[in-house]
Design a protein around this ligand. Structure first.
Ligand code: EPU
Length: 434
């Protein structure tokens, strides 16, 4: 077992390169299943979620070749319909994209119910509603999802999502790409990774229009051909380094980003007194060590992302004044608060609202990464705290941050990965992954 050990108190200084977007990559890899040719994908983040999906594709018969770090080729021409590795599917949320991709490719799909960070109930009813509208019969039994297109092929449909859902929007785009006729998704999510998936599919011959707005139109095509594509930079990885720079009072140039995607984060950091300067493909973040309170409400894009909420929480517990965070997406995304309290933070939670009594002087402590972004929040807290912080369950963090420790060390952080003995009783613990 491994944990992070952080000797905090050093402002981050220097430059960091941002990797490809996890939440785009985890849809683009399943999308490659539908391509009748070779897809070359650049800026692929090297994280455990993409590793697992590539393994799933390989087991379905795709050939995956690493050309160089961050560039892969996927050849799905020999893929056949078979049982995919369910143990891997169960571990990741994004395995739900295999439903849309397999329906598109084979007219049927069998997957497990997706895993995912445990933020309360995370239903997939909107995915199923979309697949039903496209002409698929979907049954969920004993933790498995069985989907079958009537007559072996999906058809276009008009679908109004009852809830703005990133996953449902992308899954319906995948399924509709090779359906016959036209699909219209209303009340679609607008996240940058949705645009990226549409751009990937279009560069392979699909006809997806309006991604990035709340109405996406897909004209089904017969076939997708091979091609090359480069994944957009990760908005949340970039935001995490921005908050870490501000929280530690450092100065960091966050490179290889699309500043427009970061505006909601930049604006919130400016409210805390942090200087954020935008350049063409980078942002410079300068913290001055005097953070001011700010209120945050998480919302679908272009609102403040829920995936930045814990990191911002780590910063706000140190800011002067009382800050309020309202979680607008999930029922239960404040589990990290207990861990921050162990380090001296004063935070009260009531349902989806957390009140941060600022001004805490954090001190190092043994803590846990409760999930991916909660783990990132604990790293930020550890970087700011006096003394030593030890973070366990770092496998959650490594699902979504490429070379986190290496990048932070390059910025001067006192962080390392340390082996520690595995305790047998930990195997009994029920862990949620996502
Ligand atoms: N929802 C439903 N029914 C559905 C789908 C969603 O009620 O059929 C609800 C969810 O329970 C939630 C809200 O709608 O309350 C939004 O969920 P959404 O479908 O947008 O989220 P997701 O697709 O499950 C993706 C990311 C998450 C990110 C959310 C929101 C992936 C693999 N996951 O999840 O990323 O929090 O969008 O932006 O793309 C992360 O990267 O740390 C992460 C958790």
């Amino acid at each position: 077992m491994e944990k992070y050990v952080i000797n905090g108190g050093k402002p981050l200084q220097g430059e960091v390169d941002i990797s490809g977007a996890k939440n785009a990559a985890v849809a683009i890899i399943p999308a490659a299943l539908m391509v009748d040719g070779i897809c070359r994908i650049e800026n692929m983040p090297q994280i455990s979620d993409t590793d697992m999906l590539l393994t799933i594709l390989t087991q379905l018969g795709a050939e995956v070749r690493m050309i160089c770090p961050g560039t892969i080729e996927i050849d799905s021409r020999n893929v056949r319909f078979c049982d995919a590795p369910f143990d891997l599917m169960r571990k990741i949320r994004a395995s739900y994209y295999l439903i849309g991709a397999m329906l598109g490719r084979f007219g049927s799909a069998k997957t497990t119910m997706p895993g995912g960070c445990n933020f309360g109930v995370r239903p997939i009813d909107q995915h199923i509603k979309g697949m039903n509208a496209l002409g698929a019969q979907v049954d969920v039994r004993n933790g498995f999802v069985y989907a079958e297109a009537e007559g072996g092929k999906l058809h276009g449909a008009k679908i109004y999502l009852d809830k703005v859902s990133v996953g449902a929007t992308m899954n319906i785009i995948l399924a509709a790409t090779m359906a016959s006729g036209r699909t219209i998704i209303e009340n679609a999510a607008r996240e940058p990774h949705i645009v990226d998936l549409a751009n990937f599919l279009n560069s392979m011959g699909a006809d997806v229009r309006g991604a990035g707005t709340d109405t996406v139109k897909i004209n089904g095509v017969e076939r997708l051909h091979g091609g090359s594509y480069s994944i957009i930079p990760d908005q949340i990885e970039a935001g995490t380094y921005m908050v870490a720079a501000a929280a530690t009072g450092g100065e960091v140039l966050v490179k290889n980003v699309i500043p427009k995607h970061l505006e909601c984060i930049s604006a919130k950091l400016r409210e805390t007194g942090t200087i954020v300067q935008e350049y063409e493909d980078s942002v410079l973040v300068k913290g001055n060590g005097h953070l001011r309170k700010a209120n945050v409400k998480t919302l679908p894009y272009p609102g403040f992302p829920t995936d930045m909420q814990p990191q911002m929480g780590a910063l706000l517990c140190m800011a002067n004044g009382t800050s309020v965070i309202t979680e607008g997406i999930y029922d239960n995304r404040f589990k990290y608060v207990n861990e921050l309290r162990k380090m001296g933070a004063d935070i009260q939670v009531d349902g989806r609202i957390a009140i941060f009594e600022g001004g805490a002087k954090l001190t190092g402590a043994p803590v846990m990464a409760c999930d991916l972004r909660a783990g990132a929040a604990m790293v930020i807290a550890g970087l700011c705290a006096s003394g030593k912080t030890e973070i366990e369950d770092i496998h959650f963090i490594e699902r979504g941050y490429e070379n986190f420790v290496g990048k932070l060390r390059k910025l001067g952080a006192g962080i390392s990965i340390v082996d520690y003995p595995d305790e047998p009783e930990l195997h009994e613990k029920v862990i949620s992954i996502g």
